[in-house]
Design a protein around this ligand. Structure first.
Ligand SMILES: [Zn+2]
Length: 314
């Protein structure tokens, strides 16, 4: 999160003028993009926060918007949160996100990598790299290379800043950012009462919007265009001073501990386009943590294959 990072985005403040939402479509021209209907689902309080963030993003002229938030929990599950009816996908070679060709890039923010449970930043980064390597090697992702970028020290994430945790970073240093371990209070603020105690980690996906604040579909695949994804991990687990001291983050740790690699594999399943499902069946993408699982199961693999089947061949 880097509290003292330069507020790059704040400098890019732009004023959006003429709102043309009410202009009738010109039927003589082909429709380049389908109309994407808002159909919010999830926790109404969180959806309202997402919309407020999007208003602030528009004021900065960033042309990105928060679209989906998925919470991975221990105990009671929480609903998926998304704003539009249509799903979202990465677009190969998308210049808006400074895409590295057909690759998907990720970055681990080393400034927030150590845990209150006693793991070092190097340990958690190793587990995250292992998780990304598992997806990279999976046959469902054979068409795409998942490439790591080095943490330069610049603040690589933005979602936390809207809740008063860290500055507004540069969101285009990598496609996927492992934003590290943040305080319980951050999770309580994002998810409301109980969020700090129950949410292990969450994924937030942003989409691109046009000058009229509508989602774009520049490659005509009938999906919203993913702009960036950030993953946050809850540092209350294993904090000796907290009521989750009995559920420490660890490396290859069994329940009641929480295995970093398992959670990273799940979270980056979201980063790569999967939602929650089940149980049943038992799957990596079940919404409630259920112990070590460092591979994708059948339904996870089927979902990933569906998402990536149309990606260009390398
Ligand atoms: Zn999840």
């Amino acid at each position: 999160m880097r509290r003292f990072a330069l507020g790059l985005l704040a400098l890019g403040a732009a004023v959006l003028t003429a709102c043309q939402d009410n202009v009738s479509p010109d039927s003589s021209k082909p429709t380049a993009t389908p109309s994407f209907r808002k159909a919010p689902v999830g926790d109404p309080a969180l959806l309202a926060k997402m919309e407020r963030i999007n208003t602030r993003l528009r004021a900065r002229g960033l042309n990105v918007a928060v679209e989906a938030i998925e919470a991975y929990t221990i105990g009671q599950g929480r609903p998926s949160n998304r704003i539009h009816q249509t799903g979202l996908r990465w677009v190969p070679n998308d210049e808006r996100r400074l895409a590295q060709g057909d690759d998907i890039t990720y970055l681990v923010d080393q400034s927030d990598g150590a845990t209150a449970s006693g793991l070092s930043s190097a340990q958690t980064e190793g587990a995250m790299d292992a998780a990304l390597a598992t997806w990279e090697a999976h046959k469902a992702l054979s068409k795409v290379a998942i490439v790591k970028r080095t943490d330069s020290g610049a603040d690589p994430d933005i979602f936390d800043s809207f809740f008063g945790f860290g500055g507004a970073g540069n969101p285009f240093l990598a496609d996927i950012v492992e934003a590290g371990w943040l305080p319980r209070a951050f999770f309580e603020t994002v998810f409301g009462p109980g969020g700090g105690r129950g949410v292990i980690a969450f994924s937030v996906s942003f989409i691109f919007t046009d000058g009229n604040n509508n989602p774009t579909d520049i490659n005509g695949d009938n999906y919203l265009d993913t702009a960036l994804n950030e993953v946050y991990y809850n540092n209350t687990f294993g904090d000796p001073a907290a009521d989750r001291a009995g559920n420490p983050w660890g490396i290859d740790i069994a329940l009641p501990g929480i295995d970093v690699e398992t959670v990273a594999l799940h979270e980056n399943g979201h980063s790569l386009g999967l939602g929650h499902f089940g149980p049943p069946p038992r799957a990596l993408m079940n919404p409630v943590y259920n112990g070590i699982l460092q591979i994708a199961l059948a339904s996870d693999a089927a979902g990933m294959s569906a998402v990536w089947s149309s990606w260009p061949n390398p």
